[in-house]
Design a protein around this ligand. Structure first.
Ligand SMILES: Nc1ncnc2c1ncn2[C@@H]1O[C@H](COP(=O)(O)OP(=O)(O)OP(=O)(O)O)[C@@H](O)[C@H]1O
Length: 229
């Protein structure tokens, strides 16, 4: 990968789902890129294809047409194993529903993606603690998700996404389950981290405050890009 090119690039990407009721063209011909340190916001009404597009950009799904290049790798041409490794090494995901494991402490949740990287336990724990500190939860490592507020849980999820030091952050409506003040605080944190750590971030959100701070805003309508700002 060259230093100046986009970390993430989608070129004329489409995703069609075959269903018994017929084909659903969830994403249609989208071209989009994100560079390091750049925050790209994807917005659009419900069903416009935001989640499908984010899944394609993060390598959770591959396009039926067009190409997605993630850190230089064409996801559609990669084997399942390579795609798994690419996601593990390159992408941090944050979802609306936090996705924390209830039986684990905050610290253990943050350690989950580090476990699959076969890091030594001490290194894992040091990195997870540092990630929790970054999101302002350095003193909450021993608490379980149900002992934390919604905003704190989402911050744990952000720490988990960042612990392995990904080049790309993909966040699907990360503030969707939070009240507006908590959501603002969480987004403030994400925007700061994107710029500080030079992440290429793509975030689906309706949050006006995030839209205002985005380097680029794209709007989806029926799976296609409406306009790019
Ligand atoms: N696995 C699937 N199989 C069939 N159709 C799907 C599948 N996933 C998504 N779709 C369809 O693709 C379209 C886009 O869905 P998607 O979830 O990407 O939209 P969205 O903009 O994220 O919506 P929301 O804001 O409500 O989450 C919808 O019509 C949806 O029903």
């Amino acid at each position: 990968m060259t230093g100046s090119g986009p970390v993430l690039r989608a070129e004329a990407v489409s995703r069609t789902f075959r269903t018994p009721a017929g084909d659903v063209h969830a994403v249609r011909g989208v071209t989009l890129e994100a560079h390091s340190g750049e925050l790209v916001v994807v917005r659009g009404p419900s069903g416009s294809g935001k989640t499908t597009l984010l899944n394609l950009l993060g390598g959770l799904d591959v396009p039926t047409d067009g190409t997605v290049r993630l850190a230089g790798t064409d996801t559609g041409a990669a084997s399942e194993a390579d795609l798994l490794a690419l996601r593990r090494d390159t992408v941090g995901f944050v979802f609306q529903s936090f996705g924390l494991l209830g039986v684990l402490t905050a610290l253990e949740n943050v350690e989950v993606p580090l476990r699959v990287r076969r890091l030594a336990a001490s290194e894992r724990s040091a990195r997870a603690s540092e990630a929790l500190r970054l999101v302002g939860l350095g003193d909450h490592g021993e608490q379980r998700p149900d002992e934390l507020s919604g905003g704190q849980q989402q911050r744990v999820a952000i720490a988990r996404a960042l612990a392995a030091d990904p080049a790309v952050l993909i966040a699907d409506e990360p503030t969707g389950q939070l009240d507006s003040r908590t959501g603002e605080a969480v987004m403030e944190l994400v925007v700061g981290l994107v710029h500080e750590r030079g992440l290429a971030a793509v975030i689906a959100t309706h949050d006006a405050a995030v839209v205002a701070r985005a380097d680029r805003v794209v709007t989806l309508h029926d799976g296609a890009l409406l306009r790019a700002v």
